[in-house]
Design a protein around this ligand. Structure first.
Ligand code: CMP
Length: 137
């Protein structure tokens, strides 16, 4: 297999509350990706701020931190060929109204603030985010 990558995926509190963790996992598995690590976590504010550090100073930053710490999050390391791009394709565009039907956000969300999933946007970001969420790996 060429270009095997790992990427970080979060099922955010809205996805956990909607009971679609299994659906999300299933879509990655059906694509041929596999779960390298997985855990349910109540996100500490410090971790949330580190994870979203690039958005600090933006108007939506405080809401972002409040939301990701509002309930349990399912954190996963997904692995497979071209995993970063493949996961982002399955998730769909960040704004659910721009995400195509058939993608997770296109199928299950209507608001950019509560868009079910997060995934790393590049291999370098994935390495940083996996280190934050899974320091034990
Ligand atoms: P996520 O992939 O978790 O990364 C940052 C999050 O900020 C994004 O998904 C959205 O849920 C949220 N967000 C809220 N407003 C915006 C915006 N204007 N642009 C990008 N992301 C936004």
């Amino acid at each position: 297999m060429a270009n095997v990558e790992k990427t970080l995926v979060l099922v955010k509190p809205d996805g956990v509350k909607k009971h679609i963790c299994g659906e999300v996992i299933s879509r990655f598995e059906r694509k041929g990706l596999h779960i390298h690590a997985i855990k349910m976590i109540q996100v500490p504010v410090e971790l949330a701020k580190k994870h979203y550090a690039e958005h600090e100073g933006k108007g939506f930053f405080n809401d972002l931190i409040s939301f990701i710490t509002s309930g349990p999050v399912l954190a996963m390391v997904i692995e497979g060929e071209n995993a970063v791009a493949a996961v982002r394709q399955i998730n769909g565009a960040t704004n659910p109204l721009e995400a195509v039907p058939g993608s997770i956000r296109g199928d299950f969300a209507t608001s950019i603030d509560e868009n079910i999933v997060h995934a790393s946007d590049a291999p370098e970001t994935a390495a940083r985010e996996i280190g934050l969420w899974f320091p034990e790996l």
